[in-house]
Design a binder for this molecule. Structure first.
Ligand code: 4AD
Ligand code: MG
Length: 464
């Protein structure tokens, strides 16, 4: 009976403008109520938060095989879509045929209405069927499309930067190794592993950022973006760090730091507005169940002015705060998440760009300012999540860039291809990276990054 071309989608049925005859729905049972004459099945197919009520004659459930029809079972039902007498739904299905595709038994873990997110993480293979994760992953899909829409509308070229690479863009030493060498007895040369004998003839790893390759493309196509997975072997056990996460990285030739902030602001606002306009049902769910006040906050943000403050001013604000922070605050030290949250939540009560950081705490590629102390960096901080975007104007002057590499302990020869763009046809350019999961945390109100990515990878955990 189950021919997918003739399958009606629950979302369309719930929004139907008229009754329909002999339609077929397929999906997973959320609950079954068996009465004397009829049974009520709540059927969900992932297309939306709501379930379709399927009403069947109790006799249809009498067959012994139907004992396996319970919460979590997969069924196909056929019948008419009729106006529902029940409150809270316009339509229901009066089914005259029912087929059990996949039964369940009492061990099915998603029996209860509510489970802790922690427990659901331990069954990440089944949690897509839970209401919250239905909403999360529908939003994730919609927002991925919005990202492309934003850049494509503006003529940006989408470039697929490599996943395997020999360069550590951020220079933070957080790369996962990719190797085919023998783990116990690798070939050695003068007491060191001889990477020249490895698969790629060099020490290779998983990319931490597509930026450097993105810059090469920006110097041919002017406006480009990447959107792909990035990997960091950073041993952070926080609710905002994942070892594998997705990043969106635009890179723009002929742009300076101010232009970079403008585009980041427009982009962020676009994504917030998109979710308000197109993800209404799922946002309503988050607003009601996960983060009360969420929709108001997003609507405010869509209208809000994004503040700009220099790092030096931010340090003063933190020093004058009278707060006892866990980490020290002094010019030259990096901002910790408690500092970032104080700035965005208490001082500005909204999004804020912090710009012009000390050069020693930022990556080698950021453009040195005329004060010779700071670089043209920008981080966008937002309430609750903290840093959501990091970017900069890039150093386009060959000599300065070489000096900065040496100061950061990077051998310029190892990035000769990158330096070539500064040798030939160099130009001012800028770009940034938006962490896709941090964006989703912001938009959904979910508090742990592990709950906005389908199969989270964090230290000690890569199951499923
Ligand atoms: O600030 P980051 O490290 O910047 C870069 O990688 C630059 N190459 C971007 C660029 O200029 N093209 O990372 C950018 C963003 C952060 O602001 C944060 O949102 C996210 O990526 N991010 C992470 N998200 C989840 N887990 C982690 N471990 C993350 N590290 C960074
Ligand atoms: Mg950063």
């Amino acid at each position: 009976m189950y021919i997918s071309t003739s399958r009606s989608v629950v979302k369309d049925l719930l929004n139907s403008s008229a009754a329909q005859q002999q339609i077929r729905v397929c999906g997973w049972v959320r609950s079954v109520r068996r009465g004397k004459d009829v049974a009520f099945i709540a059927l969900n197919d992932g297309s939306c938060q709501g379930s379709l009520q399927v009403v069947v004659a109790a006799s249809l459930l009498q067959a012994p095989a139907m004992a396996a029809l319970g919460t979590g079972a997969c069924i196909v039902a056929q019948g008419d879509l009729v106006a529902s007498p029940a409150a809270g739904q316009s339509w229901e299905m009066q089914a005259d045929q029912l087929e059990l595709l996949g039964g369940v038994d009492a061990a099915y873990p998603l029996q209860k209405k509510r489970h802790s997110f922690e427990y659901l993480r331990s069954i990440a293979h089944l949690r897509p069927r839970a209401n919250t994760f239905g909403a999360v992953f529908r939003m994730r899909s919609a927002l991925a499309f919005a990202v492309h829409q934003f850049f494509q509308e503006r003529g940006f070229l989408y470039v697929h930067t490599p996943i395997i690479t020999t360069n550590d863009c951020e220079g933070a030493g957080e790369m996962f190794r990719v190797t085919t060498l023998d783990a116990i007895q690798p070939p050695m040369n003068s007491g060191q592993v001889d990477w020249a004998q490895d698969f790629f003839g060099d020490k290779a790893g998983l990319t931490v950022s597509g930026q450097l390759q993105g810059e090469l493309f920006a110097m041919a196509f002017a406006d480009i973006y990447t959107f792909g997975p990035t990997f960091r072997a950073e041993n952070s056990h926080t609710s905002r760090h994942a070892s594998e996460f997705w990043m969106i990285e635009p890179e723009m030739a002929f742009a300076d730091l101010a232009r970079n902030c403008e585009v980041a602001e427009e982009f962020f606002r676009y994504l917030v507005t998109w979710s308000l306009e197109r993800c209404g049902d799922d946002l309503a769910f988050f607003n009601q169940r996960i983060a009360p006040g969420l929709i108001d906050r997003l609507e405010q943000l869509a209208r809000a002015q994004f503040h700009r403050v220099t790092y030096s001013e931010a340090i003063k604000l933190l020093q004058q705060s009278g707060r006892a922070f866990e980490f020290p605050v002094a010019w030259g030290l990096d901002l910790q998440s408690e500092h970032e949250r104080y700035l965005t939540e208490d001082v500005f009560a909204g999004p804020v760009f912090v710009i012009d950081y000390p050069q020693q705490i930022k990556a080698f590629y950021m453009r040195r300012n005329d004060d010779n102390k700071t670089v043209a960096a920008m981080d966008l901080l937002v309430p609750r999540v903290g840093e959501i975007i990091g970017g900069s104007q890039r150093e386009e002057r060959l000599e300065v860039l070489e000096q900065r590499m040496i100061a950061h302990g990077i051998d310029p020869a190892s990035l000769d291809w990158y330096l070539d763009t500064r040798r030939w046809g160099s130009c001012p350019h800028a770009g940034f990276g938006l962490g896709f999961e941090r964006l989703l945390m912001y938009l959904t109100g979910m508090e742990n990054i592990r709950d906005v990515i389908p199969f989270p990878r964090t230290p000690g955990s890569a199951r499923f």
